[in-house]
Design a protein around this ligand. Structure first.
Ligand SMILES: Cc1ncc(COP(=O)(O)O)c(C=O)c1O
Length: 399
């Protein structure tokens, strides 16, 4: 069959396919330690489940308004005001089937052939493909590990052309775990104002931050920034609700209306039951994410310390999200029976084969020198997995 050109421009989500491989190996009885998953290993909080059960029993199982129920939009508006002092009306909020869907609606509503979209690299895998699916051109803004993946106005200016339309920022960042402070966000906002750029701010890991870092939403820097920002968030990561598929956007009314129209002609409403569950999650406040973060913090310290003890590997301490992103370029040139390690993908394949450990290679995130390990897994799995990685790396022979 002759497929549309756009289908050939993209690849399946590599993080999802590695997680699927690890799960398939486990199903065959192979003892795999899985560091690939991008989701909290905690259960969804009981009050959230109870709200969903109540919704089912009350027959809240039909279509809802395509853009989401008022009750959820109110809960989102309340959260954004309480957390960031941001005020949005109902017409400025759209509820979608996960933040990934929210981002896709944005891409459909805003991007077209000829548009250039700035994406700081390393970046979350789907940004680039969503831009490509909508005929626009991703322009990667390379950030550097040595400066904590900071993004400077100079880096942005160097990439801007008359075709630049938007920038996608992600703090806390998947995969680097870096967070942007207020000063960096002010720098980005100034550039956006000066060059008339739309800011797409993916804040899905907002609640997962460490070391006293405070999450600043770029839209809160002032009304002139808010009017050009589309804030993206959801309940997946903060409330261990990845399977419920609820994400949302808040932003200027014209773009939200366009996105809502697209949604009404594609998916219609996100699941009615999940919407009720998301209301309970948001109204439940921060107690649950805080508890989860305490545990992630313990694991973060263990995984980073262990990684830094392996010769040829170095790992920055992430300040947000739940990923370690070690630099493994010190292993390049080392050999094993079946070949030589020359990239993150080579190491990933070797670790899966030799150590039965699943990690994600950095290439789809924009770095061949890093691998990503999720520490949303038990301390026991972290210890076993790191023992295995260490042993497998020690087996490599010198370059
Ligand atoms: C940076 C980032 N944005 C968005 C998403 C999508 O989250 P959701 O489950 O709400 O679609 C993810 C999920 O991995 C992510 O890592």
């Amino acid at each position: 069959m002759k497929l549309a050109a756009r289908a050939g421009r993209i690849v399946p989500s590599p993080t999802l396919s590695i997680a699927a491989t690890a799960k398939a190996m486990a199903a065959q009885g192979i003892d795999v330690v899985d560091f690939a998953a991008g989701e909290p290993d905690f259960d969804t909080p009981d009050p959230v489940k109870a709200a969903a059960e109540a919704a089912i029993r009350a027959g809240f199982t039909k279509y809802t308004a395509s853009s989401g129920i008022d009750e959820l939009k109110q809960a989102i508006a309340k959260k954004l005001e309480a957390d960031h002092g941001l005020r949005y009306e109902k017409s400025q909020i759209l509820v979608s089937c996960g933040a990934k869907h929210t981002l896709y609606n944005i891409a459909e509503a805003l991007f077209e052939a000829g548009d250039e979209i700035l994406i700081p690299a390393p970046f979350w895998v789907s940004y680039q493909d969503q831009v490509l699916l909508n005929d626009a051109t991703p322009v990667l803004v390379q950030t550097h590990e040595a400066d904590g993946y900071a993004i400077t106005p100079g880096m942005l200016t160097a990439c801007i052309t008359p075709r630049t339309k938007a920038i996608i920022i992600n703090s806390p960042c998947n995969p680097t775990g870096a967070t942007y402070d207020r000063a960096s966000l002010e720098g980005i906002a100034q550039i956006a104002l000066a060059h008339d750029l739309t800011i797409i701010s993916d804040e899905i890991y907002e609640k997962i931050i460490y070391d006293g870092v405070r999450h600043v939403s770029i839209a809160s820097l002032g009304p002139e920034v808010a009017t050009r920002t589309i804030l993206v968030n959801g309940v997946s990561k903060a409330y261990a609700m990845t399977g419920w598929r609820i994400g949302y956007a808040a932003g200027p009314k014209d773009v939200i209306t366009a996105m809502a129209n697209i949604q009404s002609q594609s998916t219609s409403n996100p699941t009615s039951i999940s919407q009720k569950a998301a209301v309970a999650a948001l109204n439940g406040g921060d107690a649950f994410p805080k508890q989860m973060v305490q545990e992630f913090d313990r694991r973060r310290r263990v995984i980073v310390e262990r990684l830094n003890k392996i010769s040829g590997v170095s790992c920055r301490m992430p300040t947000g999200a739940f990923y370690a992103f070690p630099n493994i370029s010190g292993l390049f040139g080392r050999k094993h029976a079946a070949g030589t390690i020359a990239s993150a993908s080579d190491l990933t394949a070797y670790l899966l084969q030799e150590a039965k450990v699943a990690v994600v290679p950095g290439e789809p995130f924009g770095s061949a020198s890093h691998i990503r390990l999720s520490y949303a897994t038990s301390l026991d799995a972290i210890t076993r997995g790191l023992d295995r990685i260490d042993a497998a790396i020690q087996k490599l022979t010198a370059a």
